[in-house]
Design a protein around this ligand. Structure first.
Ligand code: SF4
Length: 461
């Protein structure tokens, strides 16, 4: 290893740049062999790191899964086996399931912790080689509302913003996100810009008074579940004041008349009553939006993890389309991602309805393009969208799944309805778990453990 190696924090979607260097023998105060600091040249973080990134070296050697382990029943203890034996057991099981239940009884549940190349290979193995689209990932849980909203509004799931927009915006509209605590480096950048330019407005919509809300110019502590009321209420005022980008609407949108008719019913008094905030605050939010040259909205799980998450995100996107606040510096609807590579995974076909390059398994032309790229015979890729992770759980419950392969995620902590998840996993006839650590909550439900390299051990390319 050279004196220091540039790399990236693997924890969250900010992707902070790190520099890692070896600590000379006998010089470590805390027992770590590696020292980590922020990379000042990195475009997303400018040298900053949060406490998770700063202490990441502590995770390198702790509780690592070092060897393949096997047990035929969850009641048994694991025994160490060789890699050859592990791979033979896995291949035997895949062949048995294909012969007895068919390829659609094979499932893989991957992770936003995968690097893009891992994602690409894993989904190619299932969709291209094994003949089932049952490859899903945990971005299904955190980001799917944002994904669906972007696809429904724009036809593609690619956030039309970037971190440079943080220092270029006149008005940051944060809704359903405690950015100061969940994406601290993003928030530090935004806050520096906010402090440096008093004309820049920060609006925070959150029922709770979070550290993010505490420094806002306007905190709208709405009743939980009234986000759409507020957003349509702002649209109502902007329309009333004539603050709309007619050229953008005509050139780039459809259905404007219906939208304008709908928001007529969201008058400020109605919205203030539903949201349990003052009418003056609804008007001030609309005023800030109307006076800004560029508006950057940001959201995370407060919007996404909601039964109406897609509708909420679309309503926010509609505000940008109404005012042309998109496709220019400092503006746009920006979903903040929790995992490091949920977006990269979706670009690489890392969900059960997707193929690489924003393609869809349901689209015959897309399937043909990917079959050609992978040199597969026509028709090799199934036209049937694969099981989502929830449907994998249902498949275990109904004995329709003969092999579940989990990698780089801990579903016994993170899936919804954990008791149901655990009961389904107990029924699983064969669960492979590819993971860097042991024990975890999910190793307790696995038959075959495959030790994985993690962030710091990937070979340099
Ligand atoms: S903000 Fe995210 S990417 Fe940056 S150091 Fe913290 S956890 Fe890592």
């Amino acid at each position: 290893m050279s004196e220091s190696t540039k790399t990236q924090c693997p924890y969250c979607g900010v992707g902070c740049g790190l520099e890692v260097s070896a600590v000379a023998a006998g010089k470590s105060n805390d027992g770590n062999s590696w020292k980590v600091r922020g990379d000042r040249t990195h475009p997303s973080s400018h040298g900053m790191v949060c406490v998770k990134g700063a202490t990441i070296a502590e995770s390198i050697n702790k509780d690592r899964l070092l060897y393949p382990m096997w047990r035929s029943s969850l009641e048994d203890a694991f025994t160490r086996i060789s890699w050859d034996e592990a791979l033979n057991r896995l291949v035997d099981r895949i062949q048995t399931v294909v012969q007895t239940q068919g390829a659609d009884a094979l499932c893989m549940y991957g992770s936003g912790q995968f690097v893009t190349e891992d994602y690409y290979l894993a989904q190619k193995l299932f969709k291209g080689c094994l003949g089932t689209n049952n490859f899903d990932a945990n971005s299904r849980l955190c980001m799917s509302s944002a994904v669906a909203a972007y696809v429904q509004s724009f036809g593609a799931d690619g956030p039309p913003c970037c971190y440079d927009d943080l220092e270029l915006t006149d008005c940051a509209f944060l809704i359903g996100t405690n950015t100061a605590e969940c994406h601290p480096i993003v928030f530090n950048r935004l806050r520096k810009h906010h402090k440096a330019f008093p004309t820049v407005k920060l609006i925070v919509v959150d029922p709770r008074t979070t550290p993010t809300a505490e420094v806002a110019d306007l905190h709208l502590a709405i009743q939980p579940g009234t986000d759409i009321d507020l957003l349509n209420g702002i649209a109502h005022l902007l329309l009333q004041w004539g603050v709309l980008d007619r050229h953008f609407i005509e050139q780039h949108t459809t259905g404007f008349a219906d939208y304008a008719g709908l928001v007529q019913t969201y008058s400020p008094d109605v919205v203030a009553h539903r949201c349990q905030i003052s009418q003056a605050d609804v008007e001030l939010a609309a005023r800030y939006w109307s006076e800004a040259n560029s508006v950057l909205s940001m959201w995370s799980m407060g919007i996404n993890q909601s039964s109406e998450g897609t509708a909420k995100a679309r309503t926010l996107i509609n505000l940008h389309l109404l005012t042309g606040q998109i496709g220019k510096p400092g503006a746009g609807p920006f979903s903040l991602t929790g995992q490091p590579n949920a977006m990269g995974g979706r670009e690489a076909g890392g969900l059960s309805h997707l193929l690489p390059g924003y393609r869809s398994v349901a689209n015959p032309q897309h399937r043909a393009e990917v079959e050609q790229a992978w040199q597969l015979p026509p028709g090799q890729i199934s036209a049937q969208p694969g099981r989502t992770v929830s449907e994998m759980i249902t498949g275990l419950e109904t004995d329709a799944v003969g092999l579940l392969w989990v990698a780089a995620t801990n579903p016994v902590v993170s899936l919804p309805d954990l008791e149901r998840t655990k009961a389904a996993l107990r029924r699983s006839p064969f669960t492979v778990y590819q993971e860097a650590y042991h024990p975890t909550e999910t190793t307790a439900y696995a038959h075959l453990l495959l030790p994985a390299t993690q962030w710091s051990e990937k070979p340099a390319r």
